[in-house]
Design a protein around this ligand. Structure first.
Ligand code: PEP
Length: 258
């Protein structure tokens, strides 16, 4: 039985005061709620230390939005896996489409970042997905397959407890256009099958695959009701605490009732 995840990707948003206000209120709410899902919060790196303190002794997981693949050295401006671990942050998003598009990250970079996280005993939220052009040309599964193959190159099955995959069609991110639950399910089922073929059925059955792309409180229920959608990676709708709490409440209700 896979436990669902609701993850908040705040991207480059919020001030320190906003972060404090959100997390203090969220933790208070969460402590009075029976949680049926796992929560991961991904603040900008400058707030990770503060968030780590505020989330200390809670079961809310903290994640970076990116890492560099070397452990230490002359890489001005970068943050490494051991640094994150040292402040109690054991997760990082890697391969987000915004990093692939604006910072020219390649699948080879993503693969090195994944290895850096896993070798340091950390967890990855590996993002992948197709552009609108690729979808319209019927290339979605080929693109996803190529990303899986390159991003997971050299990764052994024993590491899969520490990997979460987030299928995020690029045309659905921050656009208000969500993939239909059936379209998202179709690709996510394909991803699970690909993992089963490449590794084995147990690895595939245990792998949590999230959907991301304009999730909000109106569409979360239908999306996570699909058999291969094990939660959501949420950008815009995770910024406001009330909106995020509403999404978690709905997820709790749906998953709790399953
Ligand atoms: C994301 O940042 O991963 C994302 C899915 O953003 P949004 O929910 O705003 O589309």
């Amino acid at each position: 039985m896979r436990r669902h995840i609701i993850a908040a990707n705040w991207k480059m948003n919020k001030t320190l005061a906003n972060v404090r206000e959100f997390l203090i209120k969220f933790v208070k709410w969460k402590n009075n709620t029976e949680m049926q899902v796992d929560i991961i919060i991904c603040p900008p790196s400058i707030y990770l230390m503060e968030a780590s303190t505020l989330l200390y002794n809670t079961d809310v997981k903290l994640s970076a939005q990116n890492i560099y693949f070397e452990n230490a050295g002359a890489f001005t401006g970068e943050i490494s896996a051991p640094m994150l671990k040292s402040i109690g942050c054991y997760y990082s998003i890697i391969g987000h489409s915004e990093r692939r598009a604006y910072f020219h990250e390649t699948d080879a970079d993503v693969n090195k970042k994944l290895k850096a996280l896993l070798e340091n005993g950390m967890n990855a939220i590996l993002c992948l997905g197709e552009t609108l052009h690729q979808r319209e040309n019927g290339e979605t599964k080929n693109v996803v397959q190529a990303q899986l193959s390159a991003d997971l190159y050299g990764i052994e099955s024993r590491f899969f407890d520490n990997i979460i995959i987030a299928y995020e069609p690029i045309w659905a991110i921050g656009t208000g256009k969500t993939a239909t639950p059936e379209d998202a399910e179709d690709v996510q089922k394909f991803i699970r099958q690909w993992i089963a073929n490449k590794y084995n059925q147990t690895v595939a059955n245990n792998l949590r695959i999230l959907y991301g792309g304009s999730i909000n409180h109106n569409n979360i229920a239908e999306l996570i009701s699909q058999p291969d959608i094990d939660g959501g990676l949420i950008g815009g709708a995770s910024l406001d605490k009330n909106s995020f709490i509403k999404i978690v409440e709905i997820a709790n209700r749906i998953i709790g009732g399953k």
